[in-house]
Design a protein around this ligand. Structure first.
Ligand code: ATP
Length: 326
């Protein structure tokens, strides 16, 4: 267990040549030991934020990066004691698994016997000890990503940074490695910043999620709060599907709900109702499209065992507590 460190960004902005603003002045406080996920669509500034934390990128003049009570703004990545895991693994192709994990330790001049013990410990942690002498080219994507994780952890960093580490893997492997990373992060209690554009990954791994929109934080909160009480329509829409069930009127906002928050019933009087105009069987669940006279049909997600017919008129029960107003 490493002693964990808080991270603080103060007025960190970044404008690239040609006037592209990747980040507007950003204040961000990452609690020691938490996993903070940076979530958002392509180009919103996630990677730039991560690179500023790592030292691979500098903020524009005036921005500051603090690790605990230490100002690290001027320090290059080698002096910040961060471990990084990238989407493309960034392994040395001509080295085997153990040599990849040992590389950083050798550069630091750590004694050989200590290196061997540390490498064994790291490979055990990521379940790769039996493959220690295998060339990394002969590994699957998931195994390669475990090697990069072991390598990042070997130097006993104070902070772990992940940039879309699962993006190149197929779905099954991604789920499994996501669980493993989550387990490891909880076990180690290290401060971690994790970049992804995948909302499920964000929910599964984040103690908190910062949703970025065009270079600004739209909301930062727990996964539950982000999903159930999104601050803006953009956040609501990005982290899950939303239905507009009543349009904005002068003086009152539009009302939205999620597909799983609607219960269908036989039509009775005095409730919302509509006609089924589309059905999609998804295995465990089904997604129905209901025309209620709005611009777009409402999506309803319910058990695949419920029997409804295309064209059928149905009632819709929506608990007022779950409605979102924007
Ligand atoms: P993605 O998920 O696609 O990686 P992102 O949210 O990580 O996106 P960034 O990589 O931080 O976004 O990029 C933010 C903006 O800054 C984008 O418009 C991008 O084109 C621009 N940008 C990033 N790096 C540079 C650079 N070195 N030079 C010029 N523009 C850049």
């Amino acid at each position: 267990m490493t002693h964990s460190l808080s991270i603080h960004l103060r007025q960190c902005s970044r404008t690239f040549a040609g006037g592209v603003v990747a980040l507007y002045p950003l204040d961000l406080d990452i609690v020691a030991g938490e996993t903070l996920v940076l979530l958002g669509p392509s180009g919103c500034g996630k990677t730039t934020t991560l690179r500023i934390i790592s030292g691979l990128e500098s903020p524009d003049a005036g921005g500051e990066v603090w690790f605990g009570d230490r100002d690290v703004t001027a320090l290059p990545i080698e002096q910040r004691n961060v471990g990084m895991v990238f989407q493309n693994y960034a392994l040395f192709p001509n080295m085997n698994v153990a040599e990849n994990v040992a590389y950083g330790l050798r550069v630091q001049g750590i004694p050989k016997s200590d290196i061997r013990a540390r490498v064994d410990e790291m490979l055990t942690m990521v379940d790769l000890l039996p493959l220690a002498t295998r060339p990394v080219q002969a590994l699957s994507g998931g195994q390669k990503q475990r090697v990069s994780l072991a390598r990042a952890l070997a130097a006993r960093p104070k902070v772990l940074l992940f940039d879309e580490p699962l993006a190149a893997l197929d779905v099954k492997l991604r789920d499994r490695l996501r669980e493993d990373i989550g387990h490891l992060l909880r076990k180690l209690g290290m401060t971690a910043v994790y970049v992804t554009h995948d909302q499920q990954e964000a929910m599964a791994l984040g103690d908190r999620i910062a949703v970025l929109e065009r270079g600004r934080i739209a909301q930062i909160a727990t996964p539950q709060a982000i999903y159930q009480h999104p601050a803006t329509r953009f956040v609501a829409d990005f982290v899950g599907a939303i239905n507009c069930i009543s349009a904005a009127q002068p003086g009152s906002p539009a009302r939205y709900c999620r597909p799983e928050d609607i219960r269908l019933s036989e039509v009775t009087t005095g409730q919302r109702s509509g006609r089924i105009v589309g059905m999609q069987f998804l295995g465990a669940s089904q997604r129905l499209l209901i025309d209620i006279g709005m611009d777009k049909p409402v999506q309803v997600e319910c058990s695949a065992r419920e029997r409804w017919q295309p064209g059928q008129q149905v009632g819709m029960l929506i608990n007022d507590d779950v409605l979102m107003n924007f």
